[in-house]
Ligand binder design. Structure first.
Ligand code: TYD
Ligand code: MG
Length: 449
């Protein structure tokens, strides 16, 4: 039994209504509502398979056996490799390199596992040309060029791969539906049908989805609850570095990142990320901090430019640092160091525009600002770690030991940190000079001499 009906779906947030609105009631965006006709099939529910509840100590956990993606950076972001039967959504702007990373990875995986690459955007020849450029040597990777969902499902069922890739979900079409490929309802139904096949056959499925910076293209956002892992591939098309970020992961930590470089013959892992985001120059307005990204700390430069303002409201802009965090740091400096910052414009940028979410970078931001303002370079070969409290005190930083290790690895000689344990101090004695700091004034006196 089937019935046809239409709903109105916001192409930005995916919320559904039964009538047209000029502005989405949920996400408040204008002109994003599109009418989509759906054909719904009444489903028979499976009432034979009822389950009983269990006590925790009766539940046995099978050890997850993962297989490698061929990239250690990719594996780490996934939480240690690909979990059989899991669904991964890889989002990113068009042209960022999603097809490239996945094709390279598929080639590596196919040396040990059965892999099916479904290309809905490019022809077999186009993929082959890319393949040759990537110097891949696997002979066992299967490619299938198709956009029709039912053919794709048939092919998956007959090939029975352990890893399948859909490139991309926006190009897949379920012909039982009248809405066009890429619309929210197409993306949703195609994904949930693919997910069902993957779960039933224990196939690890990687779905590629395009997203633009403002989320203007429909789809991937509305799939996040359906899948086990959501990864974002980021970077700008000009610079060659790409970041793979995990936003959701049922099998590992989020906030992990993997770093790649786009070269002539594909993506290459960057094993020493600190070298990209730091410059080791001793100039006023620039400090180095060690920030946490998932389980891995690495060094990033923080640059500040503080100038007398010509505006009624001083300008404050940031790249890589949250603007509210900057306002807070400026307020702390104003109150506890006693400098009237409302007379100054303040611009902050991190090395390579790297996005910092770790509060322990506050001290680096504050010292950069003071260093630029006073035109005094901070102490040589020094790193700054510590969160700045509202009363000007320097608060504890997470993962401190690993951060100090990373500083040592980079050849940094001095490090300013919050008050710490004797154990940590003894551990690093004679390797790096540790200076414990209790508040912003003490940090400033020490760093800007
Ligand atoms: P692609 O993987 O097609 O992006 P997406 O699937 O996310 O849309 O990447 C396309 C870009 O990558 C394109 O601008 C060319 C560049 N590129 C290289 O620089 N080196 C390479 O080896 C490959 C295959 C692509
Ligand atoms: Mg592509």
């Amino acid at each position: 039994m089937s019935s046809k009906f239409s709903t109105f779906i916001c192409q930005n947030c995916g919320s559904e209504t039964s009538q047209y609105f000029g502005r989405c009631v949920n996400c408040k965006k204008w002109n994003t509502i599109v009418e989509e006709k759906k054909t719904s099939k009444s489903k028979t529910t499976n009432i034979n398979k009822s389950k009983t509840s269990k006590l925790f100590n009766e539940i046995e956990i099978e050890k997850i056996s993962r297989f490698t993606s061929g990239f250690s950076e990719f594996d780490r972001v996934l939480g240690g490799g690909i979990v059989p039967g899991s669904i991964v959504l890889l989002g990113g702007e068009p042209g960022i390199g999603k097809s490239t990373i996945v094709l390279q990875s598929a080639g590596e995986i196919s040396l040990n596992e059965k892999v099916l690459y479904i290309t809905a955007e490019e022809s077999l020849e186009q993929v082959k040309i890319r393949w040759e450029r990537l110097n891949q040597n696997s002979l066992d990777l299967k490619i299938y060029a198709e956009t029709n969902l039912s053919f794709i499902i048939q092919e998956i069922k007959s090939v029975k791969p352990s890893f399948a890739i859909i490139d991309s979900i926006q190009a897949i079409n379920n012909d039982e539906m009248e809405s066009s490929p890429g619309s929210v309802s197409q993306v949703r139904t195609c994904s949930s049908e693919l997910q069902q096949i993957a779960k039933e056959n224990n196939i690890a499925l990687l779905i590629i989805g395009h997203v633009t910076k403002d989320g203007a293209l429909a789809g991937p956002k509305t799939l996040e609850h359906l899948v086990d892992v959501v990864l974002n591939f980021e970077g700008d098309n000009i610079a060659s570095h790409r970041l793979l970020r995990s936003v959701k992961n049922r099998f590992g930590s989020t906030f992990e990142i993997g770093i790649f470089e786009m070269l002539e013959n594909g993506l290459k892992e960057v094993q020493n990320p600190s070298s990209i985001f730091t410059n080791k120059e001793n100039i006023s307005g620039v400090t180095t901090t060690i920030t946490n990204q998932g389980s891995r700390p690495f060094a990033v430069d923080i640059q500040a430019l503080v100038n007398k303002t010509f505006y009624n409201n001083p300008r404050r802009t940031t790249t890589g640092v949250n603007i509210n965090r900057l306002h807070q740091i400026l307020a702390v400096i104003e109150k506890h160091v006693g400098i009237k910052l409302s007379d100054y414009d303040c611009y902050i940028a991190t090395g390579g525009g790297f996005e910092i979410n770790d509060p322990s970078s506050d001290l680096g931001v504050a010292i950069s600002i003071l260093s630029s303002l006073k035109n005094i370079p901070p102490s040589k070969n020094c790193a700054f770690i510590g969160e700045l409290g509202l009363s000007g005190q320097v608060r504890q930083a997470s993962n401190l030991r690993a951060k100090i290790d990373e500083a040592i690895r980079l050849g940094i000689k001095n490090i300013l940190i919050p008050k710490t344990t004797n154990e940590i101090k003894n551990n690093f004695r004679d390797i790096i000079q540790i200076k414990e700091i209790s508040d912003i004034n003490e940090a400033m006196r020490y760093a800007l001499r």
